[in-house]
Design a protein around this ligand. Structure first.
Ligand code: NAP
Length: 248
């Protein structure tokens, strides 16, 4: 029987590379997205053509009712839940803190922090041995920004990833005796479309010389770390962080 994985924001960028990798590793996938149904549907089509099994599920993870609907859709269509990859994340236009509105900060926090908490909550209800589940794995996609702070660009985003790191540490200890491991990856500068949302599509190339390895990373390199944390190869790791950032 195939293990079941939910990848939030699994339709593009790091999430899409993770979906492809986990499909190759034998998982049945629920690929969540918020608005770009074309990207999600074509990824599902590719996975099915390659012999995998996947469904696309639209839901805005910052909205509690939509998170409930997302997990209900998985309950109906798939066989339980073994792996949650909390990958969905957003940032806003580059600006200093002095210019940020409450609306902007709340929008970033609602997706990156509240949405991730809600997905963890629903996954625990399904995975925890306390709730009759078969155990599972949660992997949070944090960011090197949690360490670096993103000064002048998006300190709100960096702070949201700091919250994800603390969530990872606390939740890992909270559910360790319920059969659930909780770990995180901290990607650095990765070639995805997210940087355009900040207003600078060429950001990875501009900053790559600050990276000791002198290059940006590929989404597949993050997916490989996620795949290891998902696997039994990491069976004694919980509350752990893998830097995927070229040494920065
Ligand atoms: P991306 O290319 O912009 O893709 C974002 C994905 O998240 C899309 O599938 C998008 O769906 C989905 N999404 C956005 N808001 C959502 C919401 N409210 N509910 C559900 N899904 C939502 O981003 P990425 O660069 O791959 O980033 C993925 C994760 O890695 C994020 O958590 C990000 O913070 C983190 N990260 C990225 C980098 C980097 O350099 N790229 C570095 C460090 C950490 P639609 O397609 O429908 O919009």
């Amino acid at each position: 029987m195939k293990k079941v994985a939910l990848i939030t924001g699994g339709s593009r960028g790091i999430g899409a590379a993770t979906s492809m990798r986990l499909s190759k590793d034998g998982y049945s996938l629920a690929i969540n997205y918020v608005s770009d149904s074309h990207a999600a549907d074509s990824l599902v089509e590719t996975i099915i053509l390659q012999g995998g099994h996947a469904i696309a599920v639209q839901a805005d993870i910052s909205v509690e009712a939509e998170v409930l609907a997302l997990f209900n859709a998985i309950d109906v269509a798939l066989d339980g839940l073994d792996l949650l990859v909390n990958n969905a994340g957003v940032l806003a236009t580059q600006m200093p803190v002095v210019s940020m509105t409450a609306e902007r900060i709340n929008r970033v926090m609602a997706t990156n922090v509240t949405g991730t908490f809600l997905c963890c909550r629903e996954a625990i209800k399904r995975m925890s041995t306390n709730y009759g589940g078969r155990g599972g794995v949660i992997i949070n996609v944090s960011s090197a920004a949690a360490r670096l702070g993103s000064a002048g660009e998006y300190v709100d985003y960096a702070a949201s990833k700091g919250a994800i790191d603390t969530l990872t540490t606390g939740l890992a200890a909270e559910v360790a005796d319920q059969g659930i491991r909780v770990n995180a990856v901290r990607p650095g500068l990765i070639y995805t479309e997210m940087h355009s949302k900040g207003g600078e599509p060429g950001r990875v190339d501009r900053l790559s010389q600050l990276v000791p390895m002198k290059r940006g990373g590929q989404p597949e390199e993050v997916a490989a770390a996620i795949a290891w944390l998902a696997s039994d190869e990491s069976s004694y790791s919980t509350g752990a962080f893998i830097e995927v950032s070229g040494g920065r």
